[in-house]
Design a protein around this ligand. Structure first.
Ligand code: PBG
Length: 326
């Protein structure tokens, strides 16, 4: 039997019809807002390369999280900028360190209404800007770094984190953190593993936001993934799940949509994607020049990350997107 001619345009005639047949939806529930809190400042500081993003004071951070809660954004991820950096990044596990005190403030302010996530790494806290402690030859010592991550994870959990998100790409980091959390009685604190994190040039504006310069013109290519490798991402994801990760992340997002789709197809845990600083900054810059409609492109980008298979998106657009679609 011959089928009647297919006429897909019938399904595109009205906004209501398009809504009805939409395969993918972007919801406020999918968004996680990355936020920066800086020790020792009196006023929030704008980040020049991330228009609309601030280094917050403890107080302005509370206000921002309340605003996000009121818009329905379910989660935030907190990054700290300490006053004092040292060779091992000890402010990362100081109970009075900036992220720890900020977490206590936020827990007081919003209770369980917002999921409080913390980035877990030491690069914001080390004077050399690497994601771990250096060995005698200037490269990052994997296993010595795991001990530091374990301490920082427990400090974050003690301060009220719901989810800790190790971003340093050390081998074995998820297992080390899981066992430290469990030993400290924090078996309810979840781990969102930055599992497939690439050594990307798209993190530039973020490093302005956290005042990180890698010493001696160094880079992270020895520990973050190499951009040509997609299959390797599945090895990283499987390793992290075997070690106890509750959720896995692909980062960056737009340049790695294939990786997001592969990971989605391979695992059943929640998949996060980090729409990173450079991805945000490019659109803001073009919009500021009047070259494109920043809101429309931003929403299209977030939708495409969902279409690739991400359940949640960490994005500097979280607040704006919530205002637009909420
Ligand atoms: C490391 C970390 C980085 C980002 C999140 N966690 C920077 C890096 O790996 O150099 C980048 C996020 C972004 O660019 O938005 N703590």
């Amino acid at each position: 039997m011959a089928y009647p001619e297919s006429r897909p345009r019938r399904m595109r005639r009205s906004a209501a019809m398009r809504r009805l047949v939409a395969e993918t939806r972007l919801s406020v529930d999918d968004l996680v807002a990355p936020l920066f809190v800086r020790e020792g400042i009196e006023e929030p500081q704008p980040v020049a390369s991330l228009p609309g993003v601030f280094q917050h004071t403890r107080n302005s951070l509370r206000g921002e999280v309340v605003a996000l809660r009121d818009l329905g954004v379910p989660a935030v991820i907190i990054f700290g900028i300490p006053e004092r950096k040292d060779a091992v990044g000890s402010e990362a596990w100081n109970p009075d360190g900036i992220v720890q005190v900020a977490l206590c403030d936020l827990r007081d302010e919003v209770g369980d209404d917002v999921v409080l996530m913390t980035d877990l790494c030491v690069d914001e806290y080390t004077d050399h800007g690497h994601c771990g402690v250096l060995d005698g030859c200037g490269s990052v010592d994997n296993d010595a770094t795991l001990e530091l991550y374990a301490r920082a994870a427990v400090a974050q959990a003690d301060a009220g984190a719901d989810v800790t998100a190790p971003s340093g790409m050390m081998d074995g980091q998820v297992a080390a953190i899981r066992s430290a959390l469990d030993d400290a009685g924090h078996d309810q604190v979840a781990i969102l593993a930055y599992a497939a994190k690439y050594a990307s040039a798209l993190y530039g504006p973020f490093r302005d936001a956290v005042d990180v310069q890698i010493a001696d013109g160094g880079d992270r290519k020895g520990y973050q993934q190499d951009p040509p490798n997609a299959r390797e991402a599945l090895v990283e994801v499987c390793n992290d799940l075997d070690q106890g990760a509750d959720m896995v992340m692909v980062k960056p997002a737009l340049a790695y949509l294939d990786v997001i789709a592969d990971v989605r197809a391979a695992v059943d845990v929640p998949v996060a994607a980090y729409h990173v600083s450079g991805e945000y900054a490019m659109v803001q810059a073009a919009a500021a020049n009047g070259w494109l409609d920043g809101d429309a492109v931003g929403l299209e980008h977030l939708l495409s990350i969902r279409r690739a298979g991400a359940d949640m998106i960490l994005s500097y657009l979280a607040r704006r997107a919530a205002e637009l679609i909420g």
